[in-house]
Design a protein around this ligand. Structure first.
Ligand SMILES: [Zn+2]
Length: 304
């Protein structure tokens, strides 16, 4: 999820002055296309009635969505919403919060990788790809790429985004504002998982069929057309929530379940809910993910 595409920054920023100019003149939404091998993230589209959900399921999604953003308000480790992050000044790589975030991300990377592999296998099963001809090969290639990722690269200019460059498939670039804005393991795992799915897809579009299937299902449930890059981004977020949920299950603590699960999604609790060509809006993302995962919605509402 994480993040809207603002790839122009990466391509053209050569110095601090230009970085400031770009930061002032470019928003995450208004940038054109370029290099096909760069993926960067943060958020958004307008929501429409959720056509495919029953009234009860829709109410559960609404309650769970509200629970996530309410939980964020009182959680000392709550994530900062991405529109709030966007408004913050750039943060040096050496700032204590960014250092702590980078260390957490590097420490959690091996765990995130194994959780992503498990989530991809589960989704392949759920969406009935596990025996499809050719799909096993593609998912094996995707898993190999995920397992080869080794490095978190903190980056000032990436600000509130995480991204991957497919030419450097062993590295996840993490903006320092983003690292600081996600002070929980669950928040970091959800973002790492998101980026790992992009890497798994790679230049070969190995996961394209899965993205289409998730997008089609989400379209049915939400009434929002979700295809192409939006389907990929939503699937990345779906894997992020599954990975974070599995992490919570594997690392018991005294913290309430709702609080821990919410951390995987609450960076989407924006005041300004803007979309772009590649991402659903952050709040639509939350609703789409909850529509796809009713168990998660119930856990968020009832705490079990
Ligand atoms: Zn993405």
């Amino acid at each position: 999820m994480i993040g809207r595409r603002n790839r122009v920054k990466y391509r053209f920023i050569v110095g601090a002055t230009l970085a400031v100019i770009l930061a002032l003149t470019l928003t995450n939404n208004d940038l054109g296309t370029f290099a096909q091998n760069k993926r960067s993230d943060n958020g958004s589209l307008k929501s429409h009635p959720r056509a495919g959900l029953s009234p009860e399921a829709r109410e559960m999604v609404d309650l769970a969505s509200a629970a996530i953003c309410k939980e964020r308000m009182t959680d000392p480790k709550g994530s900062v919403p991405i529109d709030d992050m966007q408004a913050r000044p750039s943060q040096p790589v050496g700032s204590p919060e960014a250092v702590a975030g980078a260390q957490r991300a590097q420490r959690l990377l091996p765990i995130a990788k194994s959780l992503v592999v498990a989530a991809l296998r589960r989704l392949a099963n759920d969406y009935r790809f596990h025996n499809s001809r050719g799909y096993d090969f593609r998912i094996r290639r995707a898993i190999a790429r995920v397992e080869a990722v080794s490095t978190i690269q903190p980056d000032v200019d990436s600000r509130d985004n995480a991204s991957v460059i497919l030419k450097s498939p062993h590295t996840i670039i993490f903006g320092t504002i983003f690292l600081s804005g996600l002070p929980s393991d669950e928040g970091i795992i959800s973002v790492l998982a998101h980026e790992l799915v992009h890497i798994g897809d790679g230049n070969e579009d190995s996961l394209r069929l899965l993205f289409q299937a998730v997008g089609n299902r989400a379209t049915q449930l939400t009434g929002i057309k979700i295809s192409g890059q939006k389907a990929e981004e939503l699937t990345c977020d779906l894997v992020g929530t599954l990975a974070a949920r599995a992490y919570v299950a594997n690392t018991p603590s005294y913290e309430p379940l709702q609080r821990r699960i919410s951390r995987a999604l609450e960076h989407n609790c924006v005041a300004q809910d803007d979309g772009d060509d590649d991402h659903l809006s952050p709040r639509s993302t939350i609703r789409a993910l909850l529509s796809l995962n009713p168990t998660l919605s119930r856990e968020l509402v009832y705490g079990r």
